[in-house]
Design a protein around this ligand. Structure first.
Ligand SMILES: Nc1ncnc2c1ncn2[C@@H]1O[C@H](COP(=O)(O)OP(=O)(O)OP(=O)(O)O)[C@@H](O)[C@H]1O
Ligand SMILES: [Mg+2]
Length: 237
């Protein structure tokens, strides 16, 4: 692996069993992403974006090929090693927020730190910092039902970055938000990317997200049809 590479993928194929047959969702995908990149997997519905993101996140496994994430070859790691890699070094943002309804903003954001066995004093500081990053300090004791969609997604972002992961994976993070909230969220993520050198990968077909990306991987029908670097994104923080 190159020193700078956060993800290297070679000859990745993903087939899903369907009935007695199988469906090929990813066909011979090769990809390198370096530290600090702000990347999008872009393409029509069904092109394989979520499948690729799930494999990078160790949530699903390749049928063929090699996938290395943060210096670990996923093929050679056990289930618990992959879980540890996710817990310590990765953050996940989903379209549907996935917040726990009985917990407050603070408690939702604290969860990854409890799983990582960070002690309570340190936890308090880290949670306060993450909540401040996303501009929700005044909502720290609210439960998700009392928040707007944008506030829920900002809570989910705080939870994804509270342990300062090296890599954040986001699947359609703005799909349920209006334009203003989408831009707000993207600007927060660009700042995190620039100030903490966190690497980001988005799966998206949202033009608003694309305007911020500096690396766009175009997928169609399970294949990479273009790998595009953008010097000057249309939008910035
Ligand atoms: N578990 C599964 N079993 C069978 N087929 C699957 C499975 N998961 C995904 N697929 C198929 O693989 C293809 C790629 O799906 P994927 O979810 O990666 O698309 P996507 O690019 O994320 O689309 P969208 O923009 O709609 O989210 C689709 O045709 C889908 O039906
Ligand atoms: Mg998808």
């Amino acid at each position: 692996m190159e020193n700078n590479a956060v993800i290297t993928i070679n000859n990745l194929v993903k087939r899903f069993p369907v009935g007695g047959d199988y469906f090929t969702a990813l066909k011979d995908v090769d990809l390198t992403l370096n530290k600090g990149e702000f990347t999008g997997l872009v393409g029509p519905s069904g092109s394989g974006k979520t499948t690729l993101l799930n494999i990078i996140g160790g949530l699903d496994s390749p049928t063929e090929g090699q996938v290395s994430v943060l210096g670990q070859a996923l093929n050679d790691t056990s289930h618990s090693e992959r879980a540890r890699l996710r817990r310590k070094h990765m953050g996940f943002i989903f379209q549907s927020y996935n917040l726990l309804p009985v917990y407050t903003v603070f408690e939702n954001v604290e969860l990854p730190l409890i799983l990582n066995k960070i002690d309570p004093q340190e936890r308090d500081k880290m949670v306060a910092q993450a909540i401040k990053w996303v501009g929700l300090s005044d909502k720290r004791d609210s439960r998700p039902a009392m928040l707007s969609g944008g506030e829920c997604q900002r809570t989910a972002i705080a939870r994804a970055i509270v342990h300062q992961p090296a890599l954040v994976l986001a699947d359609e993070p703005t799909a349920n938000l209006d334009a203003e909230n989408s831009h707000h969220i993207m600007k927060i993520l660009v700042r995190l990317n620039q100030e903490l050198s966190t690497s980001f990968i988005f799966a998206t077909h949202d033009e608003k997200i694309m305007a911020y990306l500096r690396h766009i991987i175009h997928l169609d029908d399970g294949e990479i049809i273009e790998d595009e670097k953008i010097e000057n994104p249309k939008a910035s923080a």
